[in-house]
Design a binder for this molecule. Structure first.
Ligand code: SAH
Ligand code: SF4
Ligand code: F3S
Length: 481
């Protein structure tokens, strides 16, 4: 689903001053180069964007794909593509290792194919050590850019075509938000929508504020108009994206709360479902809980990362809430938003975590009874305060705690899931089942999946489904009359 604008552009003239118009100018210029190469080759040039990391990166990749398609590239599998782009994540060390591994595998291919280009972007590129390493050991990479200037992608491609050298363009930070560039949505019926960029929280373990910069909210009008356009194109569900959506709008010229933004979005006719992530517990307001309680469109799902159950560790993590405050918040949410499904993120093995601290985490998991939990082993990120804290926990101790937590989380999740067996709920049909082509997979308001008999003609439709059997983390079901 390619969304784009049409500009009257003359590439024989100087580029226009307006940021959006300027990028459409470079898209036209790049198009001419791509056309020339594909005529030489006698076939279209192809691309593949591989995304690592979170939904923020997934949405950025849709923007990259949109620009590439507008330039004239055609999407292809990675092993055939002429232009390979890795949109990277650096939240944990193993994310970086995977990128270096994949990059190494591309070297022999790049030697054989003179038309091939490699582009690297995303959070990992915002780390100076990474760029240094690429400059010395991975000279065959063509374009390197960061998280603040993905809107310049077409311009960077033109620079690469014109210079034949490695192009590196990393910005430290920006307050620039460039609207209305092309993007290519992965799904026709649902879409992520950025409502803010960056993060100001500086949780002591986390690298995101350093690689994504300071918090910037988009204007509510720009968000609403984007969603209206999406709905006109057939989208029924949006996922509002931000590292901490609860602090949305605070720094706008005309401040507005996240809850108010949700109320405005709720009024968009034709939009059926609203999701959002991520919520930081410290900023989750009573106003938001109220709005969730009375909304017809906001899904009954809240991702509320707790990170640890120990107030002592939470303080060292710079999370600004205690175990007790978190539990009170959960109680308030459950009271006002019945049947809400709660999910969370937990880090095991933060520096100084003792057996008692870990038991507090097990305890909070038992008390909240999450629908699902993303469990992470603490990963030391250079430059963050936690990286230089004493008492880094030995690997075998962490592994042991991690396994115990995972077991507990799975047991509880299966029990929580079973509660809905036999009920009728609305599902958004998203895809043909991977395991059985005679089945389709739908997502319930609470984010759980259900498989029912059906075909691809049902994709994008909302259907009432009876949940006949709980299979642990998903359901088998049938269409309800
Ligand atoms: N803004 C979101 C999280 C973004 S990162 C939030 O605050 O919830 C997603 C998750 O990765 C975090 O919630 C955390 O659990 C995990 N994470 C972040 N840094 C980490 C690190 N250094 N080691 C292990 N897990 C980490
Ligand atoms: Fe990282 Fe904390 Fe910001 Fe989330 S809120 S991105 S965990 S610093
Ligand atoms: Fe990773 Fe960047 Fe997201 S570090 S988790 S891709 S914001």
């Amino acid at each position: 689903m390619l969304n784009t604008m049409n500009y009257d552009i003359d590439i024989t003239k100087e580029p226009p001053a307006d940021d959006t118009a300027r990028q459409y100018y470079f898209i036209e210029k790049a198009k001419a180069y791509v056309q020339r190469e594909s005529e030489e080759l006698g076939r279209p040039l192809t691309f593949c964007v591989t995304t690592f990391g979170c939904q923020m990166n997934a949405r950025d990749s849709e923007k990259l794909c949109g620009i590439l398609e507008k330039i004239g590239y055609v999407e292809a599998p990675e092993d055939e593509a002429d232009f390979i782009i890795f949109n990277t994540c650096t939240v944990r060390e193993n994310a970086n290792m995977r990128v270096y591994g994949r990059l190494g595998q591309l070297k022999p291919r790049k030697k054989k194919n003179p038309h091939m280009m490699i582009g690297l972007c995303g959070c990992m590129m915002q780390e100076p050590e990474v760029v240094e390493k690429l400059k010395t050991s991975y000279r065959y990479v063509d374009i390197i850019f960061g998280t603040h200037n993905i809107f310049k992608f077409a311009e960077l491609i033109v620079t690469r075509f014109e210079s034949q050298r490695m192009v590196i363009d990393i910005w430290k930070d920006t307050d620039k938000i460039v609207e209305n560039l092309p993007n290519d949505r992965k799904y026709s019926f649902k879409s992520g929508v950025n409502i803010m960029f960056g993060c100001n929280n500086f949780c002591s373990y986390c690298i995101v504020p350093y690689v994504r910069g300071r918090e910037r909210s988009r204007d509510p009008e720009a968000i609403i108009s984007e969603i209206r356009q999406l709905v006109a194109d057939g989208v029924v569900e949006v996922m509002l994206l931000g590292q901490n959506v609860n602090s949305y709008g605070k720094n706008l010229e005309n401040p507005i709360t996240f809850a108010r933004l949700l109320e405005k979005i709720e009024q968009i006719e034709g939009l059926e479902r609203i999701r959002f992530m991520t919520s930081h517990p410290k900023d989750l307001s009573d106003e938001l809980i109220e709005v969730m309680g009375r909304s017809k469109k906001i899904c009954k799902h809240l991702h509320l990362p707790v990170q640890s159950g120990s107030s002592r560790i939470l303080k060292k993590m710079n999370r600004h809430y205690t175990k007790e405050q978190y539990l009170e918040l959960v109680e308030k949410i459950r009271k006002n938003v019945p049947d809400v499904s709660l999910t969370t993120d937990i880090i095991v093995g933060f520096p100084g975590e003792t057996e008692e601290d870990f038991e507090e985490t097990m305890d909070i998991v038992r008390k909240v009874r999450y629908d699902s939990v993303f469990t992470f082993i603490y990963s030391k990120r250079t430059g963050t305060p936690a990286a230089v804290m004493e008492d880094q926990v030995p690997e075998d101790v962490v592994k042991n705690r991690f396994d115990r937590l995972l077991k507990e989380v799975h047991t509880i999740a299966a029990e929580v899931c079973a509660v809905h067996e036999g009920t009728i709920q609305t599902a958004l049909i998203e895809s043909v089942s991977e395991h059985d082509p005679s089945m389709v997979t739908g997502r319930l308001s609470n984010n759980l999946l259900v498989h029912i008999k059906g075909d691809k003609g049902m994709i994008g439709r909302l259907a009432d489904v009876r949940l006949t059997e709980c299979k642990g983390f998903y359901y088998l079901g049938e269409l309800a009359e």
